[in-house]
Design a protein around this ligand. Structure first.
Ligand SMILES: NC(=O)c1ccc[n+]([C@@H]2O[C@H](COP(=O)([O-])OP(=O)(O)OC[C@H]3O[C@@H](n4cnc5c(N)ncnc54)[C@H](O)[C@@H]3O)[C@@H](O)[C@H]2O)c1
Length: 283
């Protein structure tokens, strides 16, 4: 099935990036937030990102304007009534995501596909809140979405093959490579990478070295593009915490138990770049 119009729920770090990439590829996109201030903030970040791309001559000024013209913000599910594909990118909380899927199911046309950008939660749990579980799948993008080339496509035990074909074609049309994975906690990327991040945070908590030296070692000694503590700040410490908690609960593997330091930082509102303070200070 051809996707003509895309919906995105949540205009934070990931939803904003997904909106931008889809609109840049030529799709009209409607993006939803919980209130006007968050919607305005999300849309303004997309505008800044496109202006930066135009300044660096990655796109023309005309392309930037046309892309912005294809994006419509909304506060209501009703505006998803003519979307062929809606991608959910709200906070990493299963109850919140289930509410979103149930809401989308009521307004989206019967043929529409519903996807979640969750990092680790069960897609099937979201799918069964709808009347179309076979049309629900995972589309896990990576941050920053305009830069990262991969999308993980997640298939539940009931997702129909046509949904996977649609996802492959759609991702190709927005310039993404794909891999296919089963609906298991963390899929491929987070299942493997969270083991590393959680271990680094635990070592830092135990006083292995300063945060700067830990990050410098991984950047200069092992050629990582970003140090792991910088990366955690970039992802969002709340998101890292939610992912670890969900994986720990589901897999019952003590490897994924969120470190006390991470929990305390989230409680204090030190969420990384998005709040101006995490392991590092960004103010
Ligand atoms: N941060 C990452 O690097 C990353 C990477 C891949 C996937 N993800 C996943 O993407 C999802 C979003 O993460 P993020 O980093 O963009 O978080 P974020 O906190 O930056 O954005 C989430 C946004 O969703 C909005 N929201 C919450 N409930 C909503 C609702 N009911 N309707 C509409 N909007 C709602 C919030 O106001 C917020 O702006 C999570 O599931 C996360 O696990 C994150």
């Amino acid at each position: 099935m051809e996707i003509k119009k895309v919906g995105v729920v949540g205009c934070g770090l990931m939803g904003g990036g997904i909106t931008e990439v889809c609109a840049r590829a030529g799709y009209p996109v409607v993006v939803m937030e919980v209130n006007q201030a968050l919607l305005d903030g999300g849309l303004s970040k997309i505008q800044t990102s496109l202006e930066r791309a135009a300044k660096r001559e990655k796109i023309t000024v005309e392309e930037k304007d046309a892309t912005l013209g294809r994006i419509k913000g909304t506060l209501s599910f009703d505006d998803f009534g003519d979307c062929d594909l809606v991608i959910e990118a709200v906070i990493e909380n299963l109850d919140e995501k289930k509410k979103v899927f149930a809401g989308l199911d009521k307004v989206c046309p019967p043929h529409a596909y519903l996807a979640s950008n969750t990092s680790c939660l069960s897609i099937l749990d979201m799918a069964v809140t709808t009347q179309r579980p076979e049309q629900v799948l995972g589309l896990h993008f990576f941050s920053p979405v305009p830069v990262m080339r991969l999308t993980e496509i997640v298939k539940t035990i009931v997702t129909k093959d046509e949904a996977i074909d649609m996802a492959r074609d759609f991702c190709k049309s927005i310039g993404k490579e794909t891999v296919l994975c089963q609906d298991t906690p963390g899929f491929i990327a987070n299942r493997l990478s969270m083991v590393f991040l959680v271990y680094v945070i635990r070592c830092y908590e135990q006083g292995l070295a300063t945060k700067e030296d830990i990050d410098k070692t991984m950047r200069l000694g092992l050629n990582h593009p970003m140090g792991p503590l910088e990366l955690s700040d970039f992802i969002g410490l709340d998101t890292v915490y939610y992912i670890l908690s969900a994986m720990h609960e589901e897999l019952k593997d003590p490897l994924f138990a969120p470190p006390t330091l991470l929990k305390k930082m989230v409680t204090a509102g030190h969420l990384g770049r998005k709040t101006g303070k995490g392991f590092y200070d960004y103010k």
